[in-house]
Ligand binder design. Structure first.
Ligand code: GDP
Ligand code: IMO
Ligand code: MG
Length: 435
């Protein structure tokens, strides 16, 4: 290395929607490159700047900063139509105006219309047992990648190769849709025409992003890796099968961004001060009562991608401890602390009980995980409005005690506290790029 390494990863530690967009936007002010490395437009990352809300699904959350180059890594699955629309929307606002402001990996796999059709038809067929996917074709696109029949950005940019691969894949997918899912086939010619239009728009941005990032890191540029989803949705370590189809944690960065693992220096794990989840699957601390409803209303807990109401519950230190361990978290960004205001008491789940026995790990069998009972400790709540407080000292003592208890349980410091959706509603206690 010719210059000191300066890279920070921001990853979700729960079931997604922890506030990654907000924190990445904030840290992007100091980043030269901001990189998505997995997932696709199942993500919905919300940025609020001077009251104006931007929701990004594919383009990294550095997009509002002129200095940051936005990089879509090879581990991302890209729906070309969604990317074109998102890019053009930002361009209309005068953003990403530099020709080098967006870079897309030539190795990124495409989400194609048949992936969406399969995702939706399978979910429909599963009925009550559905995963509750976002319906964006994520799982089927990753399946094709690992089955070695996927179509990549590099193919999209080569008309002859793309047409041949699309024809071959579509034949197989149409047969599958008809035989297994009772669905009509999709039309090759119109699909090819539509996608070829996107190809010409996206081609100028496609490059070897792995080499780009390696050079940037070795030159001492500041690189920010932006996770999507959260650790409990990780395909290997999450609440399988109620997960997404990628490695959502820091471990996914090396493969998904195409950088050596040792080039990821600092890991910031994001957690809400409570827990939410969209879609089906176990959620031990879920609250099906007025408190759950309060969290949903006060926290505006409705999906940024699908608009679905998010399931809400107490903070789960079992989940967080696992996520801190797997990600090698250096510090926590604790978001939505303001949402807990006005609750008479706050519970923290410190362990589970299964069949009367205490356990401090997540059972591998989803049926067992559905049955665990949370063990809680109770903390007093606070009444004061804390949104936008200027320093830690201005927080009520009870809110500070809550933060201290979480640090104690997780064994890592809280480095950022977020008390509202806006950029300025944030306490940065330690700068991750300074580490
Ligand atoms: P992401 O997917 O992790 O980027 O999170 P989302 O954008 O899907 O969901 C987080 C939601 O909480 C968004 O509506 C944010 O604007 C909002 N938000 C983020 N941080 C805070 C906070 O500290 N307090 C409040 N009240 N809202 C926040
Ligand atoms: P961000 O990046 C919350 C959930 C879906 C479903 C499961 C599988 O905004 O935090 P998929 O469409 O990926 O096959 O769905 O994963 N899910 C998310 N939940 N935030 C997300 O992204 C999510 N992306 C996927 O609801 O339960
Ligand atoms: Mg989200």
């Amino acid at each position: 290395m010719s210059a000191p390494l300066s890279s920070v990863a921001v990853v979700g530690l729960q079931w997604g929607d922890e506030g990654k967009g907000k924190i990445v936007d904030l840290l992007s002010a100091r980043a030269d490159l901001v990189v998505r490395f997995q997932g696709g437009n199942n993500a919905g990352h919300t940025l609020v700047v001077e009251g104006e809300q931007t929701v990004l699904h594919l383009i990294p959350s550095g997009a509002l900063h002129a200095r940051s180059v936005c990089v879509i890594g090879g581990g991302v699955v890209v729906d070309p139509g969604v990317l074109v629309e998102e890019y053009e929307g930002l361009r209309k606002r005068g953003l990403l105006s530099d020709p080098g402001a967006l870079r897309i990996s030539q190795e990124a796999h495409l989400i194609l219309p048949y992936h969406k059709a399969i995702d939706l038809a399978r979910e429909h067929a599963r009925g009550k047992g559905k995963i509750g996917t976002t319906g964006r074709g994520i799982g089927p696109a990753y399946e094709d990648k690992f089955a070695r029949i996927g179509i990549r950005m590099a193919d999209l940019c080569d008309p002859g190769v793309f047409a041949a691969k699309l024809r071959e894949n579509l034949e197989e997918k149409n047969a599958y849709l008809a035989a297994m899912l009772d669905q009509g086939g999709l039309d090759y010619r119109s699909m090819l025409d539509e996608l070829s239009g996107y190809a010409s728009k996206l081609a100028p941005f496609v490059c070897d992003t792995s080499a780009l990032l390696d050079h940037a890191l070795r030159d001492g540029k500041r690189v920010l890796f932006e996770g999507a989803q959260g650790m409990m949705l990780d395909v290997d370590h999450g609440s399988y099968p109620f997960v997404t189809s990628s490695n959502t944690g820091a471990a996914g960065i090396a493969a998904g961004a195409g950088v050596a693992p040792k080039l990821v220096k600092t890991v910031v794990g994001i957690s809400k001060a409570y827990t939410t989840r969209v879609g089906s699957g176990p959620f031990p601390t879920e609250l099906d009562d007025d408190t759950g409803e309060h969290l949903r209303r006060a926290g505006g807990e409705f999906g940024a991608t699908t608009g679905r109401p998010r399931r809400c519950g107490w903070f789960d230190a079992v989940v967080l401890s696992k996520a801190v361990r797997l990600n090698g978290v250096d510090s926590i960004a604790l978001t939505k602390l303001d949402v807990l205001t006005a609750l008479p008491s706050i519970q923290i789940c410190t362990g589970y009980k299964l069949d009367g026995y205490s356990i401090d790990a997540i059972p591998a069998q989803v049926a067992d995980y559905e049955r665990v009972e949370p063990v809680y400790e109770q903390w007093p709540g606070w009444e004061e409005d804390i949104s936008g407080v200027g320093s830690l000292d201005e927080l009520p003592e009870r809110a500070r005690n809550y933060i201290c208890r979480l640090e104690e349980l997780l064994g890592v410091p809280v480095g950022i506290v977020s008390t509202g959706p806006g950029r300025d509603q944030t306490l940065i206690l330690s700068d991750p790029f300074a580490g």
